[in-house]
Design a protein around this ligand. Sequence first.
Ligand code: COA
Length: 374
Amino acid sequence: MSDEIKKGLLGIVVDETTISQVMPDINSLTYRGYAVQDLCENCDFEEVAYLVLNGDLPNKKELKKFKKELEENRNITINLREIVKHMPKKAHPMDVSRTIVSVLGLEDKETNNNSPKANMKKAIRIFAKTPTAIAAFFRARKGEKVIPPKKGLTFAENFFYMCFGKVPNKDIVKAFDVSLILYAEHSFNVSTFTARTITSSLSDIHGAITGAIASLKGPLHGGANEEVMHMMNKIKNPENALKWINNALNKKEVVMGFGHRVYKKGDSRVPTMEKYFKKVAKIKKDKKFHKIYDLVKNVMIERKNIHPNVDYPTGPTYHLMGFDTDFFTPIFVISRITGWSAHIMEQHAANKLIRPLSKYSGEKHRRVMLLNQR
Ligand code: COA
């Protein structure tokens, strides 16, 4: 057995999956064999969520049933609503999201049933209820009245409705829907691997998703979309952009929203998201963010040959849609619940406890000295 250390599991293949394929050489990403670009242009988020969870795109009847099941499960208990309302107003919404899924686990009657059927039902409940609770915090922390879900709205429309009390025009909703599709799944990234690791001890889906949310929060992973917005706010206006980014690179700073562990020639999701970001910028008559976006991107590619990842366009897109900056990563959560759940079910179906080895580099064997001799 080789004792070569692969920090960050760099280049290690740990298992197989049928859920998605990241192909950095041809800049492609497929969910269950379908290119994400194709899915973004031809499907709504619910169809893609069904695909990720079930393995195939739904027919009309299956989609209708799936949407009905989601609608019927959107309501949260008074207990959870009250818990959310009483969370510290300054708590980070990612910490709130993590706690929400944890509470859903306390309330679910099937938490400890890991049968495939129970897991699918729990996945749908988590997927349907988490956005409702997150939207409740979005409003409650500002002292606004919590808005319950509304029947007849799509997943994306309903999220806008629960956050803002209204649904924006269809182009904005489409751009949001596309971002959800692009965030749904991405093979063995750190949060998904966390979920699979937790599952590998035969723990439950709520615990695995709670852990995955904690992992997604980090700025090297999902937290990057929030950091991108902080960066754009620091840059303030297009006139400052070149000076700011050149200065950051001279100081060898990590620029958020750029680079990727797997994609080295560009993130397959970026062209699609960039297109929708530009559409939103036009609708919202944005004067600065789309310009800052291009200026910073060009310098990063020219000077460092480092390309943007999907968090770079989603950050300013969500900002222009009106979401608070610290809610960007929870939006990632409400979509990625589908990918995590699919991986948790796949792990359960062919489980092997995940337990890597480590090379000990601490003190050599020592004898314990009695307390009065130390
Ligand atoms: N800004 C500036 N330099 C970057 C960079 C970035 N965003 N991403 C990578 N680099 C540089 C590194 O400093 C390193 O330079 P060096 O060889 O001179 O030391 C080189 O590129 C290789 O980067 P490395 O950190 O080894 O790549 P990785 O595969 O381990 O890291 C990320 C990938 C995602 C962790 C990294 O690109 C990053 O921190 N990006 C910003 C956070 C982000 O947007 N995360 C979301 C990912 S979807």
